[in-house]
Design a protein around this ligand. Structure first.
Ligand code: HXC
Length: 514
């Protein structure tokens, strides 16, 4: 019986200390030796100093099987609560690998669910730091139920509050589906991996030999599968990158993204842009140069920089306002649209639309990629996703055609017809159904024998269509601008669209071609 205050406070202090130590010094040492931070260290790096408020620190599991009733550790393998990033509220949970391998019990699933519910109610982002052996085997279906509760809330929260996941250790089996349901996934080189079935199961079923790293490491998911969006060198860098991402996002779908005061001259013109686009339409150039030259302080946070490089997506600011940029990249596969780039673009466009982030589109696209691989892979339905996403988006949409805008790709890349609010083109723009050679070959298939006549027809087609003027005559392009004017023109268009309201017919939800 503890009678005096001193003893009561001591008991409280000891419990706190115990919880802070997680699985104990040995396991913390092991965690550090694996180049990983502990859950609490990660949260400290992620949040503004002193801002973390921990909830459910004294929770323990309720399992009695397999001797678990004699093995309880405070916090039960997940550290959760809320804190601030740049003074703005975020909800967080970090799985603690030092406690039962960070595995999911019923009790710690309830902690995560509590965070998700609070975030929904208060309208703030949820950041989940994953490092876990998956379902806690001793708890059986209770653990699976916990996962399903988390998945359900992931889906309910989708498009309401931003959800960000970092995978900082193992993430296997069904556990991968919580990160997959969130908006962005960060991974860390060499320490994180995600897969539905591991190398041993794969070996037994398909006889393939594959390492953990090749199967589900950070670069696999950042460059091959497109599952992840960012890769960091270590945990600290991952936490810094999450802070940067959050700085562009509103706390929820009812609020605008945070405007920063802009010290970069909004009238700034860069002569370098005048010659960036080569006069030879077959020559590539780097679209990133254009983006970085135009945006505030040359600061562009590229999303999925290693995946489907023929399209560039990411966040920047113009005149202090966050924008989402979608741009074809002529320096990679000539900027063609294919399955992967359509998926990458569509998902990003939908995120921006859900969270009131205006879209800026830089277009230089020769069309959709031809070939059986693309057709058999379903380029029709995947390309349709990008078309659907742009058409559906009601945020301000501003398009700049820098060079090629051919065929279906003209329609897809935020054309006037699918609701763009401001459409610009450079004098170098070419807007037509297809390239001049292809067009002449079809139009004059059996009508021209001599090569010089064919060349003449190609020149004629080029003179007629390989420019922005036909589209401008029809009002499909609002204004032809010099490349060096791009920054100011975009900022003006953003101001013009600031109070945009556009309603869509009431419906339960659309049926995006999945
Ligand atoms: C209970 C587990 C556990 C699990 C690990 N541990 N996985 N306890 N349930 N699933 C415990 C270990 O016993 C150990 O406890 C501690 O966590 C650390 O694990 P180690 O094996 O020592 O660490 P390491 O060598 O780094 O290997 C980590 C690992 C490995 C790769 C994650 O533990 C592993 O393969 N675990 C099983 C993973 C798994 O199959 N999970 C189920 C996936 S299916 P002590 O006390 O010794 O420190 C799934 C379904 C989800 O999750 C479905 C959702 C719908």
């Amino acid at each position: 019986m503890k009678n005096n205050l001193e003893e009561k406070f001591k008991e409280f202090e000891e419990k706190n200390k115990k919880a802070d130590l997680g699985g104990g010094p040995e396991r913390i040492k092991k965690q550090h030796e694996s180049s990983k931070m502990t859950a609490r260290e990660r949260l400290e790096a992620l949040l503004d100093p002193g801002s973390f408020v921990e909830l459910d620190k004294l929770v323990v599991h309720r399992c009695t099987d397999f001797g678990m009733d004699k093995n309880k550790i405070l916090s039960d393998g997940v550290v959760s609560g809320y804190g601030k990033i740049d003074g703005r509220l975020v909800y967080v949970f970090a799985q603690d690998f030092t406690v039962f391998g960070g595995t999911l019990s019923r009790a710690n699933a309830d902690k995560i669910v509590k965070i998700q519910r609070l975030a929904l109610k208060m309208g703030a982002p949820v950041i989940g730091l994953n490092d876990s052996g998956g379902a806690r085997i001793q708890e059986g279906v209770q653990s699976l139920g916990g996962y399903a509760d988390i998945f359900h809330l992931n889906v309910r929260s989708s498009g309401v509050v931003p959800q960000i996941s970092a995978v900082l250790g193992p993430c296997a089996g069904g556990a991968v589906y919580s990160p997959a349901l969130t908006d962005f996934i960060f991974m860390v080189e060499k320490t994180s991996y995600m897969f539905v079935t591991g190398p041993d199961v794969i070996k037994a079923v398909t006889h393939e030999d594959v390492t953990k790293e090749d199967l589900g490491g950070a670069m696999t998911h950042n460059s091959k599968s497109g599952v992840a969006h960012f890769v960091a060198e270590d945990d600290v860098q991952a936490m810094m990158m999450i802070r940067e991402l959050v700085s562009f996002l509103p706390p929820n779908n009812m609020e605008d993204p945070p405007v920063k005061s802009c010290t970069d001259d909004i009238h700034r013109e860069d002569e370098k842009l005048q010659t960036l686009i080569p006069s030879d339409p077959n020559k590539p150039y780097d679209m990133l140069t254009l983006i970085e030259t135009v945006v505030d302080d040359k600061h562009f946070l590229e999303v999925q920089p290693h995946y489907a490089k023929n399209i560039v997506v990411g966040f920047a600011r113009l005149g202090g306002k966050p924008v989402g940029i979608v741009a074809n990249q002529p320096a990679h596969l000539a900027g063609v649209l294919d399955i992967n780039s359509s998926l990458k673009g569509a998902r990003f466009v939908r995120f921006c639309d859900a969270f009131n982030i205006p879209l800026i589109v830089f277009e230089d696209v020769p069309g959709f990629l031809p070939g059986t691989l693309q057709e058999f892979g379903g380029i029709i339905k995947h390309g349709a996703k990008l078309l659907y996403a742009f058409s559906e988006a009601t945020v301000p949409k501003i398009t700049v055609i820098t060079r090629k805008s051919y065929g279906g790709a003209y329609c897809v890349m935020a054309s006037k017809h699918i609701g763009a609010d401001a459409n610009f083109a450079y004098p170098t723009a070419e807007i037509a159904v297809m390239g001049s050679e292809g067009a002449v070959n079809i139009l004059y298939r059996d009508k021209i024998d001599k090569e010089e006549d064919r060349q003449e027809k190609i020149r004629e087609y080029q003179d007629t269509f390989a420019n922005p003027y036909r589209a401008a005559e029809l009002g499909y392009i609002d204004e032809i601008i010099y490349p060096k004017q791009t920054r100011f023109k975009l900022i003006q268009a953003l101001e013009m669209t600031h109070n945009k309201t556009e309603t869509i017919p009431p419906k339960k939800h659309g049926n995006i071609p999945l």
